[in-house]
Design a binder for this molecule. Sequence first.
Ligand SMILES: Nc1ncnc2c1ncn2[C@@H]1O[C@H](COP(=O)(O)OP(=O)(O)OP(=O)(O)O)[C@@H](O)[C@H]1O
Length: 391
Amino acid sequence: MDVPVAGEGDFITLDRVEKVFDVRRKTGFLRRERRQVRAVDSISFRVARGEMVGYIGPNGAGKSTTIKMLTGILTPSAGRLRVAGIDPSRERTRLAHRIGVVFGQRTTLWWDLPLIDSYRLVHRMYRIPDRRYRENLERMTDLLDLGALLDVPVRQLSLGQRMRGDIAAALLHDPDVLYLDEPTIGLDVISKTRVREFLRQVNAERNTTVLLTTHDLQDIEQLCNRVMVIDHGRLMYDGPLAGLHEVGESERTLVVDLERELPPLEVPAPARVVRVDGPRQWLAFPASQSAAPLVARIAAEYPLVDLSVREPDIEAVIAKMYAEKAEERAGQKAEQRAEERAGPKAEQRAEERAGQRAEERAGPKAEERAGEKAEESTGEGAGENARETLS
Ligand SMILES: Nc1ncnc2c1ncn2[C@@H]1O[C@H](COP(=O)(O)OP(=O)(O)OP(=O)(O)O)[C@@H](O)[C@H]1O
């Protein structure tokens, strides 16, 4: 994917950012195997001030690692990363005043203290001016309906109440950017709606930039105009949510009701009947094509009573995208294994043949040159990345 050009409004910029973990694994009584995990692999993107962007991908794709680099918790192995002009890992404390973070799976609140005490601690830690703190607290309490919860110890709050408490804590110091990692995980429909409404409001009023990581695509559909899809550390898609349909080659469904039960309708490919139930038939056709010619043809040739068009389900589109990538990778792996199996012998034979030809053609000098070339191409010592051992 091309590296986007920096713009003036850019608030978050990543240029070919990588994160490689060195992992050591016990493989026997005294044996340890060293392995590298490329959690983030040359990712580049830019986010403008006030944008709300979804950052999605399957488990282990590298989302949390990206967020951790954006907060300064982890240092990139390579590439350049800036948030509000700050290098997060070098100036983590300065950056902390500009960002808010919510991890849906764990709280940043003090477990045994009443909610209000956590807020008082945040007030001190971030040195929020008293007036601003009071105003913000009042506003959050009102918008997130926290009034009755302020004196309750965090451990006694329900998941939805705790999440609202966490979001308020992340916003008390008026951050310019908010990272949300699964903010609606485990919440019921009403709590989810409330959290989403609140985020929309904060974004509209304060122009807060929001980077949202979630497995709940409704969060993205309802909050973000832009979505980035990451898989195996690589950015696979960056654009509007609707554009995913084209990338994922999704299909729409035309549901037709006929006067009577008929065999599957004969329609021009790629449209095709995918289901028949009495006089009702379902036809799949590419989402990128208009339904009009298909409808016209059916209306002209069959006893049509009614019809409707169903849009593709975004979850299905993304699932298909992940599955296709997984298939592609499985294919590559199989090829690699086949090459490795055939490799040494085949290579040896090729080298022997090349050597014989060279000898025949040019005698001792050519042999020397061939030897030098082979040494160069082993590439030892090349491409050493900066690495961090965390295990
Ligand atoms: N500290 C670490 N040490 C070694 N490997 C790590 C470390 N943190 C993450 N990884 C590996 O990096 C890859 C990306 O992990 P990451 O947590 O960023 O994924 P994710 O997209 O957030 O996944 P999930 O949706 O499950 O939270 C995974 O293979 C993970 O095992």
